[in-house]
Write a protein that binds this ligand. Structure first.
Ligand SMILES: Nc1nc2c(ncn2[C@@H]2O[C@H](COP(=O)(O)OP(=O)(O)OP(=O)(O)O)[C@@H](O)[C@H]2O)c(=O)[nH]1
Ligand SMILES: [Mg+2]
Length: 383
């Protein structure tokens, strides 16, 4: 009998050892562990310093062609039909798990909602990347509801939270007026690696599918291979790309591109910019200069300054939103990489704190993985 107990204990210990995250044999392949710390990134608290990982600009880029890259004849990959909301919901799985499953656990078996619930709820919301300010705002409403006995059970509280989050996300976003502005000029900005080029490519595809003529502009002349990357997107989406050689002045590229777009009667011009400069101040100055040049060429343009943010960076994305809003006057946000991150709650914090509307979300690397942001759809995909 004693031996049996010993054996059971040994089996149990072995089983719990193999349940440990990261224990050999228990990590499914390709499934990143959720609680791994995010990849180190620029925090934007300090000036960017040149580092070894920087791409050097070679002063001589002989042989590189300037001008147009014609669209190619290849096929655009399509993800195939899948219900819009279904795919977004599926891609937001990790965020949903972090937020909703923990709420489930909090509410499970509780008959009454009391102060303890508020405390735990606070922790769940903050650690789900909703941010302190947004969490306080949501909790204030919940606390009042409990005090007034409107929130009697967990289900009503959950609905209240969903509704409050939805209303924080519902910022007014004036539709892009392609009819009054031709070309309609969109400038994509953001720090390095957030997904600007990919997003610009996906957006070109989307606009083209809506029947508009689109032109891509490679105004990231800083990073070697940035131009080629955009040309590839031009080929993939069958959209022409205006480019000059690496190292040329991005404002000059923008200047020529606007001329070309006007001459050709293009509907939409999408400019991809650099995410990395020697310092943060340099980057902001560069972007302002591009803006000035564009507006001198075409009064009223750029019509949209889209800040691209990487959702996986959580609070860092929020701090970038504040800084770009102040630095270059962002008019819209695109939040990328919402697939595969548990930090989707950051969308709420960004909307609440900046008041800048989220225009699209990126939910994958595929050409079709850019979705217009819909507050209602998003909050339903979360809860
Ligand atoms: N999973 C996922 N990956 C994405 C998404 N958007 C972009 N990426 C990936 O993020 C990486 C960086 O994307 P880029 O478009 O090169 O980013 P960037 O901001 O242009 O980078 P720099 O030009 O270096 O400043 C690439 O591997 C993209 O495929 C997304 O919505 N989901
Ligand atoms: Mg890029």
């Amino acid at each position: 009998m004693i031996k049996w107990f010993k054996r059971r204990r040994a089996e149990r210990d072995a089983a719990s050892e193999s349940d440990r995250p990261g224990a050999p044999g228990n990590v499914s392949e390709g499934e990143p562990l959720e609680d791994l710390p995010p990849e180190p990134r620029d925090t934007w608290e300090e000036e960017l310093e040149p580092s070894e990982e920087w791409d050097e600009i070679s002063p001589e880029t002989d042989g590189e062609q300037e001008g147009w890259s014609p669209a190619y004849e290849g096929e655009v990959q399509s993800a195939g039909p899948k219900r819009w909301g279904g795919r977004v919901r599926e891609r937001l799985r990790k965020t949903r798990e972090r937020l909703v499953y923990r709420l489930d656990r909090l509410f499970a078996g509780r008959k009454q909602l009391d102060e303890d619930v508020i405390e735990e709820l606070e922790e769940i919301l903050i650690t789900s990347d909703l941010g302190i300010r947004t969490t306080q705002r949501l909790l204030q409403h919940v606390t009042e509801g409990i005090r007034r006995q409107e929130l009697k059970d967990a289900e009503v509280l959950r609905q209240r939270l969903r509704e409050d989050i939805r209303s924080l996300l519902s910022l007014e976003a004036p539709p892009w007026d392609f009819e009054s502005h031709r070309p309609f000029v969109i400038l994509a900005v953001g720090v390095n690696g957030v997904g600007k080029t990919t997003t610009v490519g996906k957006l070109a595809h989307r606009l083209k599918q809506e029947g508009r003529s689109v032109m891509l502009v490679a105004a990231d002349t800083f990073r070697a291979a940035a131009v080629e990357q955009l040309i590839l997107w031009g080929q993939r989406t069958q959209v022409p790309v205006v480019h000059q050689k690496s190292g040329s002045d991005p404002s000059a590229v923008a200047f020529d591109a606007i001329d070309a777009a006007v001459a050709r009667g293009v509907d939409v011009v999408l400019l991809d910019t650099a995410g990395r400069m020697h310092t943060k101040a340099n980057l902001m100055e560069e972007l302002k200069k591009i803006q000035r040049v564009i507006s001198r060429k075409l009064p009223g343009a750029p019509h949209e300054i889209l800040l691209v943010l990487d959702a996986t960076t959580g609070q860092n994305a929020l701090s970038q939103a504040r800084q770009f809003k102040e630095g270059v006057g962002v008019t819209g946000i695109i939040l990328t990489k919402l697939d595969g991150t548990a930090k989707g709650g950051i969308v709420t914090a960004i909307c609440e704190e900046t008041g800048v509307p989220v225009r699209f979300i990126g939910i994958g690397e595929h050409v079709d993985d850019l979705r217009p942001f819909d507050a209602d759809e998003f909050s339903r995909a979360l809860f």
